[in-house]
Write a protein that binds this ligand. Structure first.
Ligand code: SF4
Length: 268
């Protein structure tokens, strides 16, 4: 039997995949929109996806991993994920995607832009082909901003308080200033992240989200003040070096020079 090709767009909760969803809405009406829910997302991410659903006029399918983050954490011996131990993306994002697809022939729509040099995740499964409509159509950051603005969706609401990427509230790719903002805006989530950290009693190896600085230290008022001051200084320096910022950046107070590095699956 000749099975039809499925068209799938994975949303991360970030601006680029959301803009791609809006961009593709009328071009591929049969598109399946999916979101791999780690159950550790920011509340603003769910709010943004909810608004996106209204704009798309279509439900987003939330895939739930076979096991939760906490279950996988136990499987991985309690080692919280890091850049070098990135089991979280594998088990909570890639595996659910490949399980959802199964053996069907799939075109996977990825929101990489024409002005990016980064490569997205390419599945080794032969039945999944990635396509990059923004790259193919030459759409850059300013075009993506326009799509978001004109559709009424705008930027993800967590950007209002300075978080630059979607993904888990404790993501180790966060900058120090983002941890400070998390503490100020979502102290309960900061506390949960802090409770995941510990020092291995056997060999003394620390398991911290933020390289060598435990959150218990980072949350001290004098340290948070220092991080904020450093960040203000570097922001000022950057803006002086870049006088012609786009209006959306100036009005939105966001700095899109700081594109999320690292996990493109979680934040694109
Ligand atoms: S957002 Fe960060 S912590 Fe969460 S799955 Fe992705 S890389 Fe891991």
């Amino acid at each position: 039997m000749n099975k039809s090709i499925r068209h799938i767009l994975s949303l991360s909760g970030g601006k680029d995949s959301a803009a791609l969803a809006v961009y593709m809405r009328d071009q591929v009406p049969e598109m399946e929109y999916i979101f791999h829910d780690t159950d550790k997302e920011l509340p603003e991410t769910y709010e943004y996806l909810y608004r996106l659903e209204a704009i798309l006029g279509k439900k987003i399918t939330y895939t739930t991993p076979e096991h939760s983050f906490d279950k996988w954490l136990a499987v991985y011996g309690g080692m919280i994920p890091s850049n070098h131990r990135r089991w979280c993306t594998k088990m909570l994002k890639i595996k659910p995607f490949e399980d959802y697809v199964g053996n069907d022939i799939v075109i996977n729509y990825v929101g990489l832009r024409a002005d990016e040099k980064r490569d997205g995740y390419l599945s080794p499964k032969p039945n999944i082909t990635a396509v990059h409509p923004f790259k193919e159509d030459g759409l850059c950051k300013s075009d993506i901003m326009l799509i978001l603005e004109e559709s009424g969706l705008g930027l993800p609401p967590y950007m209002d308080w300075g978080r630059t990427r979607s993904g888990c509230f404790f993501c180790f790719y966060q900058q120090k200033i983002e941890w400070v903002r998390l503490k100020q805006v979502h102290p309960d989530l900061f506390q949960k992240a802090l409770e995941y950290e510990y020092v291995n009693q056997k060999n003394g190896n620390p398991f911290y989200w933020n390289k060598h600085e435990p959150l218990i230290e980072l949350q001290k008022p004098e340290r948070m003040k220092q991080i904020e001051e450093n960040w203000e200084r570097s922001k000022l320096k950057k803006s002086l070096n870049r006088p012609n910022r786009p209006l959306i950046e100036v009005l939105g107070g966001a700095n899109f020079d700081d594109e999320p590095e690292g996990c493109l699956i979680c934040s694109l």
